[in-house]
Design a protein around this ligand. Structure first.
Ligand code: ADP
Length: 156
């Protein structure tokens, strides 16, 4: 059976921290579906289509990666795409506590799903999308936090 993982997140925007988690997980799974959460109640900096386009650009030509979106429960999305694994990244102990609760509740809702956590690289520990957005809002250069292939000018 194909091993399919869902990597869910807001990805507002997708950073080199996210890219590293996906790249390093590739050999664990046959397919990774990067699922951009579309939360109507959450005001995002980048519109859904831009967030998806940026991620597609990063992994263009990689047949093991798909980019999609969802606006319901993560486990409902997992069922739709036949994924038995939820991929998440861990940076700090705060991440761990947050992720632990989500993973345990997801497991209660869908017993066949397992959450898999990949530890961030030390140099990516302090990179997070909300700081990138803050720097962007004030006109700072965020290129060092974003994957190489992303041409931000197209999305601003
Ligand atoms: P969410 O709103 O679901 O937390 P994010 O886009 O902020 O979405 O993050 C998606 C996943 O990527 C989460 O598991 C988060 O911990 C992880 N992540 C975010 N930034 C990094 C990073 N710099 N290194 C490793 N993992 C990260």
């Amino acid at each position: 059976m194909e091993k399919i993982a869902v990597f869910p997140g807001s990805f507002d925007p997708f950073t080199i921290g996210h890219e590293s988690i996906v790249t390093r997980s590739l050999e664990l799974f046959d397919k990774i579906v990067i699922a951009v959460g579309n939360n109507e109640n959450k005001k995002c900096f980048f519109p859904l289509q831009a967030r998806m386009a940026m991620i597609r650009e990063v992994f263009a030509g990689n047949p093991k990666i798909e980019v999609s979106f969802y606006d319901d429960l993560t486990v409902a999305f997992c069922k739709r795409v036949n994924a038995k694994y939820i991929l998440r990244g861990l940076r700090t102990s705060a991440d761990f506590e947050y992720e632990r609760a989500i993973a345990q509740v997801n497991k209660m809702m869908y017993n066949e799903v397992e959450s898999v956590f990949i530890l961030t690289l030390p140099e990516h520990t302090s990179i997070n999308s909300s700081i990138v957005r803050e720097v962007l809002k004030h006109g700072g250069d965020v290129s060092r936090f974003l994957p190489h292939s992303v041409d931000l000018k197209k999305y601003l």
